[in-house]
Write a protein that binds this ligand. Structure first.
Ligand code: GLU
Length: 279
């Protein structure tokens, strides 16, 4: 059993991260498996070295130990580029020059039907890769990608509390949401989250992905990318989310919930465990 904790250094870890890391660590240790760290920092504009340093410090303070050298995504741009090039060679990608505002405007046009329409209007779909401009993003042509799948649609096993069981890709759902996802952007290169996460779960030989329930829906997309790239399929364990008193999901900008804030106020790691219901 090999699992991982994969934070992005865009802020201080909060109670939700503590829960995710402690749960993954506990599951790994209970199974005599490995607990790995991955720093997901391909979005350079949002990541800061001091947040990365703080991640390791907070994890150590929580009493967690990890195996192997942590993987930092910004050290391996070629790996994601290689995966992207494979998808391009399979003729599953197209360059896209639409801005967020263009997409909003197209989706708001009455004939597009916002509620049930595709996540991306087909403005650039079908453009040959040879027409890619320096500012263009690269999108996955979801319908073409799904057409490559055989009759046995790829599936995954979920062991988390909400959706335990076996799940299979549903092509109609993936076309509606998320549709033609962005695989590379001018500013983050080929390291978009969805591409980097499947490449690195394979690279780190992860057998069980432990992460928040907010990423359950993305798992269908991840299984598709794994299948297209010939990568192994791990099992998944999506855990409940830690919410604030108002029931809102915690975000890194909620500094009030930062682990180091509680630490500064004298909390112990055992107090943190109690707060997140891991006693
Ligand atoms: N880097 C993601 C985050 O901080 C986690 C991705 C994952 O666990 O797959 O939310």
């Amino acid at each position: 059993m090999r699992t991982r904790f994969a934070p992005s250094p865009t802020g201080y870890l909060h109670l939700g991260h503590a829960y995710s890391a402690m749960l993954a660590h506990g599951r790994a240790r209970a199974a005599g498996g490995a607990f790995l760290i991955r720093i997901e920092d391909t979005d350079r504009a949002r990541c800061r070295p001091q947040f990365e340093a703080a991640i390791f410090e907070d994890l150590a303070w929580l009493g967690l130990d990890w195996d192997e050298v942590p993987l930092r995504q910004s050290d391996h741009p070629d790996r994601y580029r290689g995966a992207l090039d494979r998808l391009i060679a399979m003729d599953l990608c197209y360059p896209c020059r639409c801005t967020r505002a263009d997409i909003r405007a197209a989706l708001a046009a009455p004939q597009e039907g916002v509620a049930s329409g595709p996540a991306y209007p087909d403005t650039c779909r079908g453009r040959p890769m040879a027409t890619q401009g320096p500012d263009d993003a690269i999108r996955l042509d979801m319908a073409r990608a799904l057409a490559r799948l055989g009759p046995a649609r790829p599936g995954f096993t979920e062991t988390g509390p909400d959706h335990a069981g076996r799940h299979r890709i549903d092509p109609d759902r993936l076309i509606a949401d998320p549709g033609d996802i962005v695989l590379a952007r001018k500013d983050i290169g080929a390291g978009s989250y969805h591409l980097a996460v499947v490449v690195d779960d394979a690279e780190q030989r992860i057998t069980e992905v432990v992460r928040g329930a907010d990423l359950f829906a993305a798992t269908f997309l991840h299984r598709l990318l794994q299948d297209l790239l010939g990568l192994p399929a791990p099992g998944y364990h999506h855990h409940r989310l830690i919410r604030d008193a108002a029931g809102k999901r915690l975000a890194k900008r909620d500094d009030a919930r930062a682990i180091r804030r509680y630490r500064a106020e004298g909390a112990t790691p055992a107090d943190i465990r109690r707060m997140i219901g891991l006693t």
